[in-house]
Design a protein around this ligand. Structure first.
Ligand SMILES: Cc1cc2nc3c(=O)[nH]c(=O)nc-3n(C[C@H](O)[C@H](O)[C@H](O)COP(=O)(O)OP(=O)(O)OC[C@H]3O[C@@H](n4cnc5c(N)ncnc54)[C@H](O)[C@@H]3O)c2cc1C
Length: 370
């Protein structure tokens, strides 16, 4: 293992979509940047996603605003980094099954549109036209947002990493951070490095990394399992919109199968019982999928904050910045998160007031994901 440089302007911990976006944007702004990743780039949460970027986040116009900003960066990504993200428009359908959900949508639609989100209320019949698997008798209405895309998450990591290196950043893999001293010295098995500014982008492990610097980031790890229908040909030939049900069931096409997310077994529930619950919910919401077997797709760790919104900000006591807790939405926000961190390092204003993103909002309550 070669030695680390003696010092750097900024040291980014974590080589997922967030850390690489930050490293790229810092390096391109002329900030001397080193990124340390304990495994391979993209080997954390970023390597386990459903591969969807969208702009509509029901109930949270601030997240939507970060996602709108990020999507426009993704549209310019190939030109900027030379890497094609394989963006393919699929759209997002959020099903409503009771009147309260429809009312909530109406109350928040103006804020969403002000954030730049293209979203409208559609009838149950229209929802069934947009996604032919939907049984219009089981839904009241739906929100339809055309701006949702399937993409290649590994290409996001690769594109930012390549651009960061071209701009002079040093990216070190297989280099875990094992300690952070009060003097800004960061320790690894390959030696230590002094950083003027430390940026924690360690995803689900951000709380553990921040604790090394005596900083509290209330991010928890929430393991989830993705499932696939077991029969080839279960997905219609045209790609389905990503479709979310109030039960937390969400589906999208995955080749000729359907990719399904519905969290994980409840604490007192066996995996078998959970699979039966997913299968039942799938069959009631999308009757043509009733009777399909379910296969394990893959598992991953969600990076959950107490209120489902990321922490992006600076600790008051030391030059320690953080971007973590994206709660299942990190692909959708990586470009904007990198831009905000870069601006904080440079002492520049961002395009939105970022105060509400700081850990100082000190939330309590149960974890939610978008
Ligand atoms: C099953 C699943 C599906 C998802 N689908 C989507 C989706 O479709 N769209 C979307 O927007 N989001 C999705 N997400 C969420 C998304 O994956 C995350 O929000 C995003 O990847 C977070 O990126 P990150 O860079 O913060 O974290 P990570 O990708 O986890 O990167 C953090 C890195 O820090 C490294 N690290 C940890 N500790 C140390 C240390 N001590 N020293 C050095 N390095 C360290 C880790 O190895 C890791 O590589 C999904 C998540 C899961 C689990």
């Amino acid at each position: 293992m070669s030695q680390l440089p003696e010092r750097t302007d900024a040291l980014v911990i974590g080589g997922g979509v967030i850390g690489n976006s930050i490293a790229c944007q810092l390096a391109e702004a002329g900030v001397g940047t080193v990124l340390l990743e304990r495994g391979a780039l993209g080997s954390g949460s970023s390597g386990t996603t459903a591969g969807v970027v969208r702009t509509y986040f029901p109930g949270n116009a601030l997240i939507s605003s970060l996602a709108v900003r990020s999507l426009s960066a993704y549209h310019a990504f190939a030109e900027r980094t030379g890497t094609d993200l394989g963006l393919k428009r699929i759209g997002l359908l959020v099903l409503f099954t009771d009147e309260h959900q429809v009312q909530d949508f109406r109350h928040t639609q103006a804020a969403q549109q002000a954030a730049g989100v293209d979203v409208e209320l559609v009838t149950a019949a229209e929802a069934a036209r947009l996604n032919p698997l939907v049984d219009e008798r089981t839904v009241l209405a739906a929100a339809w947002s055309p701006e949702a895309y399937a993409c290649d998450p590994a290409a996001i990591v690769r594109g930012y990493a390549t651009a960061a290196q071209q701009a002079g950043a040093i990216l070190r893999t297989e280099t875990p951070v094992t300690g952070i001293g009060p003097d800004g010295r960061v320790h690894t098995p390959a030696g230590s490095i002094r950083a003027d500014t430390i940026v924690c982008a360690a995803g689900p492990w951000a709380g553990t990394v921040a604790a090394m610097a005596d900083v509290h980031i209330p991010v928890t790890t929430y393991p989830v399992e993705m499932l696939l229908t077991d029969s080839p040909g279960s997905a219609p030939r045209n790609a389905l919109p990503m479709t979310m049900h109030p039960s937390s069931l969400r589906i999208r096409s995955w080749g000729d199968r359907i990719l399904i997310g519905m969290g994980r077994p409840a604490p007192d529930e066996s995996r078998q019982a959970w699979l039966q619950r997913v299968s039942h919910r799938l069959g009631t919401t999308f009757p043509t999928l009733a009777g399909n077997g379910l296969e394990h797709g893959w598992s991953g760790d969600l990076d959950v904050s107490p209120d489902g919104m990321a922490f992006i900000g600076r600790d008051d006591s030391r030059p320690f910045l953080y971007a973590a807790g994206f709660s299942g939405q990190g692909l959708c926000q990586a470009p904007a998160a990198g831009e905000i961190i870069r601006n904080l390092v440079l002492g520049k204003e961002s395009w939105i007031d970022t105060a509400g993103l700081s850990t100082a909002r000190c939330l309590s309550g149960s974890a939610e994901t978008g």
